[in-house]
Ligand binder design. Structure first.
Ligand code: G6Q
Length: 540
């Protein structure tokens, strides 16, 4: 038996699950008229209704006990204190320092990192102000009309998501584009209508060695130099966000135009670092600081609220409950907010790159399933496609609904229609429709099974006042800390990503084999070798 499954709370949960797995949400609600208000928590301006989960008070008590037995409290403190909790890379994981207030002290190797965080923020703000005001011009003196962020993974998904999420607050006089894929189509389509004399590239790369980003950055430099006729133009049209000053200088970007971050910021935890420069250019420094303020509020809630009323802890524990005791394979994230269209994609990296791990911190196999698959689309669109499976499929898919009380674009009764839908979905999933109810509607007997909804399908509902920069910060931090909570239970490292290495290394090996006619048969398995030969033939 592993340390995880040997924990008394785990064993108690396993026994408890056998007793409650058949209990229906209909009965839980019928037995407790106050359940909908009792099983709700509020923190940092986020209201979480978790009453439509397949839990009793005993389940919640045992889950909190599991968090205690897993040392969650000490792990949270270790993160906030800057300890090297990313043990496999020998680093701290200090994204919380990126939003710490100016006067705070967080030490890494004895040095307070908060002043450097604020120094970079101030430089970003000064730069953003120059671009936004028109004081920073292109090589020929024209205003910057387009900003193109070049980056991938953690250096793309956060800024791309935040740009869309905060579009309501953004500068509509400039175009913002995000190029990530090494597929040239991404770069070509992003720049085809842009004027090089008015385009600013942000090369965002922690390492400044990532194959895709460097290929796109080189193509951008060629595009610019070809368009403006001089290498000297690079200085006014390229800035970098990186930890690697030497490589930035080698690329030809003036280190004065490099915005720094640090090895203790993981890529998928970096949208609130200098990686957010594109976001700041779009929405301005004040909104960016408000975004950081929202992150900070959720950080403080996570660090101080008792687990039983702690939103990220509750959400993390519920994710473990379904993944490990009900065998749920996935979680659907369903924002009823068009501006959050890229939020599920952002969360896919945050959740799955963090917790898609098979060994514990000390290298032993994890005794339970780790991260579920996160996926989703904004409502109401998903209702007309995959929700069928959520309602009547054979799999259990816990859902996170996200909604805002105040619309950013009030228009007739659209917002009430939107909210009616999100509420109806949670209700339908939980309570379903029994065969007797269907019969009472006069449905023909042969159709009754098809028209029956078993219900008992769990969901969380997150309700916020309005999608502001601060609200976005709170939401992202909520999921960051929910991921951390899950990792603490499984005793895995959510901050490394060795799983993406093998494919990268093998691609590097194949590149020269495609460059010219390879000498002899390439040394791969027969499938890969045959595909290489076929590609070389078809390419001609
Ligand atoms: C995130 C990952 C990964 C990373 C990209 C880009 O946590 O580490 O998605 O962000 O591979 O890396 P660079 O920023 O170094 O280009």
């Amino acid at each position: 038996m592993s340390a995880l499954t040997a924990r008394p709370a785990w064993q108690a949960l396993a026994a408890h699950h056998r007793q409650v797995r058949g209990v229906h949400l209909r009965d839980l609600f019928a037995a407790d008229p106050g359940r909908g208000e009792r099983l709700a928590a509020e923190g940092a301006g986020v209201y979480l209704d978790y009453s439509k989960n397949r839990v009793t008070d005993e389940t919640l008590r045992l889950l909190v006990r599991l968090a205690d037995e897993s040392g969650l409290r000490a792990r949270i403190e270790a993160m906030f204190r800057g300890e090297r909790i990313n043990a496999t890379e020998g680093r701290a994981a200090l994204h919380v320092a990126l939003r710490a207030p100016a006067g705070a002290a967080i030490l890494v190797d004895g040095a307070n990192v908060v002043p450097q965080v604020h120094a970079v923020l101030d430089r970003m703000a000064a730069f953003a102000e120059r671009v936004r005001s028109g004081a920073w011009t292109g090589h020929g003196g024209k205003r910057i009309a387009a900003v193109v962020n070049i980056g991938i993974g953690g250096s793309d998904l956060g800024p791309a998501m935040a740009y869309r999420a905060l579009a309501h607050y953004s500068d509509r006089t400039r175009a913002f584009r995000f190029v990530s894929n090494v597929d040239a189509t991404d770069f070509v389509e992003a720049t085809r209508d842009l004027d090089p004399a008015q385009t600013l590239f942000i090369v965002s790369s922690k390492t400044f060695t990532t194959q895709e980003t460097m290929a796109n950055a080189r193509s951008a430099r060629e595009w610019l130099v070809r368009g403006l006729g001089t290498q000297a133009a690079v200085a006014k049209h390229f800035v970098a966000v990186s930890t690697n000053a030497a490589e930035v200088a080698r690329f030809g970007i003036d280190p004065a135009n490099m915005f720094e971050f640090w090895d203790w910021v993981g890529g998928r935890y970096s949208m609130d670092s200098a990686i957010g420069l594109a976001t700041m250019l779009a929405v301005g420094a004040d909104h960016f600081r408000a975004l950081l303020g929202g992150f900070r509020e959720m950080d403080e809630h996570f660090r101080s609220a008792p687990f039983a009323r702690n939103l990220p802890v509750l959400m993390g524990l519920l994710a473990v409950w379904y993944a490990d005791f009900f065998g749920a394979q996935s979680v659907a994230v369903l924002p009823y907010e068009q501006y959050l269209a890229r939020f599920p994609a952002y969360l896919q990296q945050l959740t799955m790159e963090s917790n898609g791990k098979h060994v514990t911190l000390d290298g032993a196999p994890v005794a339970a399933d780790t991260s579920p698959v996160y996926w989703g689309e904004p409502g109401t669109n998903g209702q007309h496609s995959f929700y069928q499976l959520l309602h009547q499929g054979t799999r259990l898919v816990p859902c996170d609904f996200i909604a805002f009380a105040q619309p950013l674009n009030p228009l007739g009764d659209h917002h009430d229609l939107l909210i009616a839908n999100v509420l109806a979905q949670g209700e339908a999933l939980a309570f379903g429709r029994t065969a007797d109810e269907v019969r009472a509607e006069g449905v023909a007997e042969r159709l009754v099974p098809h028209r029956t909804f078993e219900g008992n399908r769990p969901s969380n509902t997150l309700l916020l006042e309005r999608l502001t920069p601060a609200a976005l910060g709170r939401l992202v931090a909520l999921y960051e800390h929910s991921v951390f909570t899950q990792a603490a239970i499984w005793d895995i490292n959510p901050f490394d990503q060795w799983g993406v290495e093998l494919g990268k290394a093998l691609a590097q090996r194949i590149v020269p084999e495609l460059a010219a006619a390879p000498p002899g048969a390439p040394a791969h398995d027969s499938s890969t070798s045959a595909l290489i030969r076929r590609y070389l033939q078809l390419r001609r």
